[in-house]
Design a protein around this ligand. Sequence first.
Ligand code: E4P
Length: 238
Amino acid sequence: MSTLLTLIKKYDILRGSKTDLFFFMKIFLDTAETDVISKYFSTGLVDGVTTNPTLIRKSGRNPEDVYQEIKDMGVQDISMEVVGSDLEMYDEGKRLYEKFGDVCTVKVPCTREGLSVCKALSDQGVKVNVTLIFCAAQAVLAAKAGATYVSPFVGRLDDQSVAGLEVVRSISELYRIHGMRTQVLSASIRSVQRAIRSWYNGAEICTMPPKVFDQMYDHILTDKGLEIFDNDWKQVQQ
Ligand code: E4P
C-alpha cells in the first residue's frame, strides 16, 4: 500500500491522464518560423508548437500553410489560435480540427466567449489551449470548461512586477489538490531560468522561443571542460 501511495505521489497518478505519466517536462516551441521548427524538431527533444496571431504575422505566411508544414514534419501538437465572436471562434476551431485532426489544439483567449467555445469543443474531444491566463481564478474556470492546457504568461506578468512563476505555482498546486486533468503550459518565456523554474513550479509544459531552447544546451563550464578534455586527449595521442 505504501508503495502505491509513493507511486501516486511521485507520478501524480490521480491527476494526469495515464499517457502523460512518463512525459513530464514537455518542450514546445513558441514560433511560426517553420525552418527553425524543422531544425529543432529534428533533435527529437521538442514535443509541440504554439503559435499566435502575432507569430503568424511575423512569419508573413498564410496560417494554414504554416500549420500544414509543421504537421508534415511530424509535430504532434500544434496550437492554432482562433479570434472573433464565440460563434466565429467555434466554427473556425471546428474547421481547423476537421482539417488538421488530432495534432490541432484550438487556442482560445480566457474570456467569457473563449471559455464557452472551450467547453463546446472540449465536450467533443477537441484539445483546447486557453491562452492569456494571468491569474489562478482564470485557470480554475478554464479547467472547469474542460481545457486541455492553460497558458499563464510568465514574462508579461513579470513585466507588470507580478511574479509570473508564482501564478504558475498557484495554478499547478490548485490542479494537483483537486485532481484536475488540465495541464499547465507555461508561456511568454524569455529565459532558460524561467523555463526551468516553470517546471519546478509544476508546469507540465513550457513553450519557449527557439533562442531559449537553444540556450538550454549551453553552460560555460561545459565549454571549458570540453576544451581541457580535448587538449588532454591530444596529448594522450601524442
Ligand atoms: C504562447 O502561447 C504565447 O502566445 C506566447 O508565449 C506569448 O509570448 P510573449 O509574451 O513573449 O509574446
